[in-house]
Structure formats: C-alpha cells, structure tokens
Design a protein around this ligand. Structure first.
Ligand code: KIV
Length: 253
C-alpha cells in the first residue's frame, strides 16, 4: 500500500469534517476502535504510563513502540496507524529515518515526533523517504522533566508566536497534520486558522482545532490513578473490572 494514501485522505478533511483520533496500544482495543470508525489510531508513547507503568514517557524505547505498533496493526484495517517516535529516537535526520522505517515495518502508516523548528530537518528527511509525518507542538511530554511538569502553552504572545513559527516550519517540511497539546483556546484557534494542514487537539478546549485526539484509557476510564483535568470520561471500565473480579472471587467461596 502507498503509505501516503490514508495520510492524504486525513489531510483533506481540513475544513470539511472533524478528524477523529484515539490512542491504542493493543490488538483488541485497536480492533474495536477501527470497527467503530476512528480515523486515526495513535500508538502513543503514553503507553509508557498507561500500559507499562512508568512515571512518564521518557522511559519508552523503540522496542516498546515496535511491539505495540505491531499489535495495533494486527487489529486495524481502516484507521490510519500512527506510530510515535519515542524520546532519543530522532536525534538527527539519519537516525530519525532509520527509526521511522522500523515503525513502518512494524505496521505504522505514519510517524509522529515532538517539537518545532529544531525538528524540521528530521521531518523533511522522513517525508523524503516516503513516510508521512505528524508534528506535535505545545506541551511536549518527552520534555516534561526539563519543563518541570505538564503546563499549558500559548499563554503569552511570544509563546504563541514561537508555536506558530514551529508549526510553519513543520508544515513547510511536509507534515500532514499537527497534534496540539495543552495549547490555550485562543492560540489553538489562531494556529488552526493559519495552517493549511489539520490541527488535532488534546487539552486545547472543544472546537478550537480541526480534530480531537484523546488517550483511550481516559475516555473509557480504565486507568483511574491519573486522569488529566481536561479529559471527558465516557465509561468506567476500571469499575467494571473490579466488579467482575469480585463476582468471580465470590463465586469461588
Ligand atoms: O502519546 C500520546 O498519547 C500522545 C497524545 C497525548 C497526543 O502523544
């Protein structure tokens, strides 16, 4: 399959229809989300926290990403599978291309990396290699240690202009969409209006981007120990698991 086919369809949704996106990390969830009609499944490095039990995404390796990307690819037919390049996997264009290829070999149809101006040469190299790329701006979880926590972005004009400059550099380098994380609504709307490619928001407020992405465990309530304040929980899977297991234990008594 030509890798750019699904990426081009998703890009063409700008101004036409909202882009729907959720994270997925395993076969069963990917299959359910794919069958429900989600446009894009992100095998996010958030798996470091919600699947592997690390405190943040900085512990995630290429081996983790390959393992989970392959599982999601086995479960998905229609959704675009987006593999996250984890921290330290794209220090220079050559390494970025090599690791992007490894995710594609595992089943990804596009890759995502974090950052703006400093990542443009890596994006260009991956795109020239025939692999579609999504950018990620605003709050960058791979830099949580340097940032000292998860903070909102776009609070000042200077900060907004810096995000905008990064977004233009990424667009120019060939990304087909940009994830905006925890960018304030006004700045999100400006970015969405100014860019030719879709913005996909998380923690940016409703209706300020061309689409929405959410971490699946936040949506279904399967990771109750940490839920970001902006998340909308639509089910209580953790509660259902506890209930079912208690019923199982009671039946054994
Ligand atoms: O890894 C992830 O889940 C992400 C989302 C927060 C967009 O990058």
């Amino acid at each position: 399959m030509d890798l750019s086919e699904k990426a081009n369809l998703l890009r063409a949704k700008k101004g036409q229809a909202p882009v729907s996106a959720l994270t997925a990390y395993d076969y069963a969830t990917a299959r359910l989300l794919d069958e429900a009609g989600v446009d894009l499944l992100l095998v996010g490095d958030s798996l470091g926290m919600v699947v592997l039990g690390f405190p943040d995404t900085t512990h995630v390796t290429m081996d983790h990403m390959i393992h989970h990307t392959a599982a999601v690819a086995r479960g998905s037919k229609k959704s675009l599978i987006l593999g996250d390049l984890p921290i330290n996997s794209y220090p220079d264009p050559k390494t970025a291309v090599a690791n992007a290829r490894r995710l594609v070999e595992a089943g990804a149809q596009a890759v995502k990396l974090e950052g703006g101006l400093g990542q443009a040469d890596k994006v260009r190299a991956i795109v020239e290699d025939g692999i579609p790329v999504v950018g990620h701006l605003g709050m960058l979880p791979q830099r949580v240690k340097e940032e000292g926590g998860y903070k909102k972005k776009g609070k000042t004009d200077d900060e907004t202009q810096a995000i905008l400059a990064g977004a233009f550099a990424l667009q120019e380098a060939g990304v087909f969409a940009i994830v905006l994380e925890s960018v304030l609504p006004k700045a999100s709307r400006l970015l969405t209006k100014t860019l030719d490619i879709p913005t996909i928001g998380i923690g940016c407020g409703e209706g300020n981007c061309d689409g929405e992405i959410a971490v699946i465990t936040d949506v279904i309530g399967s990771y109750p120990w940490f839920v970001p304040p902006f998340a909308t929980q639509r089910a209580d899977v953790a509660g259902e698991i506890t209930k079912a297991v208690k019923g199982y234990l009671d039946a054994l008594k």
